[in-house]
Every structure is written in C-alpha cells, then in structure tokens.
Design a protein around this ligand. Structure first.
Ligand code: SF4
Length: 473
C-alpha cells in the first residue's frame, strides 16, 4: 500500500471495504469455501488434532535452539554448492538480491508466490534497478496486472470476482475475455510460458528449510514454482529465518497439516524440494542457488511478547474464519500481512505504533486460535498488544481518557453502582427493547455500526440484594 493510502485512517479504509459490493461478494464466496474445505479435511483425518499438537511442539523446540538449526542449515546448503545470505532488515535483503541480479546481468526475474518478498517490497526495487519482475502464480499475476498488493496470505486475488478478473484481462489484451476461470487460466499460462524461458533470475519464497539436509521446500498448487526454480540460471529463495525445521521427519508433520488448514487438500499439488544448484549429470536446475534468510524483526521477538507468532505457517486459516477479515478483506489492514496474524506480524516488523488501530480490529472471539494448525494464541497476543498500545500512550487521547475513566470506575464499586443508576436515567431517550441503536455526536460512531446493550432495569447486584433480603439468595 502506498504511503498516501496508509495515511487514510484504518476506520475509513474498513468503511470503504464494507461498502464495496464486489469485495463483499468475493470475500464471502472465497472464505466460506475455505472454511468448509478445511473443516471437511480435518473431519476425515483422525490424527489431525494430535498432529497439530506435535507441530506446535516441534516449532517450540526449534525456536529454542534456532541458532543451532540455522547454523546446520547454512552448512548443509553450502555443502551442496549453494550460497546463504543473512539479511537483518528488508533493505539489506533487497540489496543482497539486487547485487546478485547485477552480478549475473539479470534483466528479467520470474517469481513464485512469496509473502517474504512482498514484505521487503522487492518488486519495486527490482524495477528501479532495471530488472523486470514477473509474478507467475495466477493470483499474484492478476494483482500485478492490477497494480495492487495481495489481500490474503495464500489467495492474493481473493478480493476480486471472476468478472473483475475478466475485465482486467480484457483491458490488457485489448479484446473481450469471458469470465470463465479455465479460459482466464489458459490465457495467463500462455503469457507466462514465454517469460519462464526468457528470465535469468527465479525468485521464490520458501515454506520451510530442513536443517539436516539443506533442503528448501516450496508448497504450491500451480507448478509455477518448479518452473521458477529450474529454468532460470539463478535461483534466489527468500525465507523468514524462523521457518527452518530440524529434519525431514518434522517436515512431514507440517506438510500433513499445512494444506488441510490452507485449502482443505490432503497435500498441495506440488511439494518441491530444492537442494542447491544443478549438479554434474543433472539435466535441469540453476547454475547458482542463493538462500536469503530474513530477520527483519523476527529474532528480536524470540524473547519478546510476539514470540508465538514465529510459529506461523502462513496457511491463512485464521484469516478465513476471522469475522473482521471476512468483512473488510486484506487491503483495509494497510500492511503486507492482513488478518489477525497479520496484525501481530505487522507489530513485529514495524513496532506497536503501527498497529494502534489494528490491534482493536478483532472481536477476540477466538476463531483464529481454533483454526490455527499450530494453535497460536492470537487473541492473547492481541490483548497484550492493546495493553502495550495503552501503556505507551500510543492510542488516541479520546480513547485513552475514556478507557482510563472506565478503569477507575470499575475499581470503585460504589461509584460503579452510582454510575449505573445515572446511566439508566440518561439512556431513556435512546434505549428501545434492551438496546441503544443510535446515539448523538461522538458515541454515534459506535452505534452507527453496532447496538449498545442498554443498562438493565435492575443490575445483577440489585437483583441479588433483593433476593438476599427475601432470603432466597
Ligand atoms: S497464525 Fe496459524 S492459522 Fe494464521 S496463518 Fe499462521 S499458522 Fe495459519
């Protein structure tokens, strides 16, 4: 999202999204489908719950010895002829990749879907350096044509209806294209085939990297990942440093739950294992292989309040079930990672100030934690973030004054009871059938979007006291 768009307050972006009929239709169809597929996948997989526990244990154990696993990974990748680079910041990661592009004389880079490269804003940097980036995942291809950013971790163009995609393709091709997914895919495939053959550089993310074997693992459904890793003469994989897994046995646990959580599949269609550059006697593969390990705020959270978020597999299940994401979609969040986990990752990358509004974009219903294959306590961390935002006085003053007053009220029972009596009187002009549906001035912003429960005619304490007096308590 451009700085201009980021300057628009979150509430306004969310409000616009909720009024966008196309977006609402696209989100409802896609997220409902994902939720159903995930549920069915786990219903017929009796070991699912135990595997989720196992996956979490592996993640925890790996994070505790992350340095050792990374050291082993680096040694194995280098032993297979690959190069490993460590990037502390997004800027450093971009510089490393641009250096590789310059040294190898690259003019065109084909890319497979990668949130890590979105995170470091790689496409803009490549373009500025004279290297044309071409997204080859269908969803990414669509949003590159539309000059947009992904709005979902695994389904970048989830916010578009097939009619909108057909309009986009028609504009690009200068002829009318039918809103038929098969036809649209055929067109994209034909366009991209040439690019795979022309590109000098293949850039991918990585879902995992196995420390024991130096294997980088890509999980995709379209086969483009295999073209990107095997046709260009140089392959660069960009991976968050926390994604290392100790062994191939551990990898199997994650593969077993990742696709089920993401798309309801038993396994994704393609699981590609990359082990360094092409070796003597091999027919395909790059001349050079580079693995860029991205820190960008991750290592600092190993002992920080967002540590649990480092276990994230980027499956997207928490987005699909989140009642907020389902209403506003990914772009309204304004950062690379949307949804409930996206709020935590944004805080990890840009600090708590960046999520002073987003930290409240959750109903805390817990659906995200229920859906998460590694049982990340997203609501717990969101509450902690809200507390930090409040303590560091990052929240708007009106909010701080209101919640500060409420806090003081809740700590004084007599004052609380007096306030309840006063509120009962004050609400009379507005309360109907137990709810306040419209308030004037500032509080009207709240009731414009939801009802406020009216203060009860008799509070629990008053009823209890009455029962007590009657000897029935
Ligand atoms: S937090 Fe959990 S559910 Fe959300 S993307 Fe990460 S692994 Fe998936």
């Amino acid at each position: 999202m451009s700085p201009d768009e980021l300057a628009i307050p979150f509430r306004e972006r969310a409000g616009r999204a909720m009024k966008d009929a196309f977006l609402q239709e696209a989100l409802t169809i896609a997220t409902t489908k994902f939720i159903g597929l995930r549920r069915e996948a786990f219903e017929v997989f009796p070991d699912g719950e135990a595997l989720r526990d196992r996956a979490r244990q592996i993640k925890e154990a790996t994070l505790q010895r992350l340095d050792q696993h990374v050291e082993r990974l680096v040694a194995r990748v280098e032993a297979r002829g690959g190069h490993v680079h460590y990037a502390t910041t997004a800027e450093e990661a971009r510089r490393i990749i641009l250096d590789i592009a310059r040294r190898t004389g690259a003019r065109m880079a084909v890319k497979s879907k990668s949130m890590a490269t979105e995170e470091i804003h790689l496409n803009e940097a490549l373009e500025a350096a004279g290297v044309t980036p071409v997204e080859t995942d269908l969803g990414e291809y669509i949003i590159q044509l539309a000059h947009e950013r992904p709005s979902h971790i695994i389904a970048p163009a989830i916010h578009k209806t097939k009619g909108q995609v057909a309009d986009l393709f028609s504009r690009e091709l200068g002829r009318r294209v039918a809103a038929d997914p098969e036809e649209l895919t055929r067109i994209a495939r034909a366009e991209l085939r040439e690019k795979f053959l022309q590109a000098d550089l293949g850039i991918t993310g990585a879902n995992f990297a196995v420390a024991d074997t130096g294997t980088v693992v890509l999980v995709t459904n379209e086969g483009n990942g295999r073209m990107v890793t095997s046709l260009p003469r140089v392959h660069v994989a960009v991976m968050g440093v926390e994604k290392v897994v100790p062994s191939l046995t551990d990898l199997m646990v994650f593969l077993a739950i990742l696709a089920k959580s993401a798309t309801g599949q038993k396994l994704s269609v393609y699981t590609t294992l990359v082990q360094g550059p092409r070796r003597a006697g091999e027919l395909e593969g790059p001349d050079e292989f580079h693995l860029v390990l991205l820190d960008n705020g991750r290592i600092g959270q190993l002992a920080g309040p967002l540590r649990e978020a480092l276990a994230c597999l980027r499956c997207g299940a928490c987005l699909n079930v989140c009642p907020v994401y389902r209403q506003i979609g990914g772009h309204a969040y304004g950062h690379t990672y949307p949804g409930p986990i996206g709020i935590l990752l944004t805080a990890m990358l840009h600090g708590p100030e960046s999520v002073k509004d987003l930290a409240h974009a959750s109903s805390l219903c817990g659906a995200c934690a229920d859906a998460c294959p590694v049982r990340i306590d997203i609501p717990g961390m969101l509450i902690a973030l809200r507390r930090e935002v409040a303590e560091r006085k990052i929240a708007p003053w009106a909010e701080r004054v209101a919640f500060g007053a409420l806090g003081r009220l809740l700590l004084r029972p007599a004052l609380y009871r007096a306030a309840a009596r006063l509120a009962r009187l004050a609400q009379r002009p507005f309360a109907r059938d137990g709810a306040i549906r419209s308030l004037p001035l500032g509080p009207g912003a709240w009731t414009g979007a939801r009802d406020l429960p009216a203060v009860a005619a008799r509070t629990f304490q008053e009823r209890w006291d009455a029962l007590d007096r009657e000897g029935r308590a």
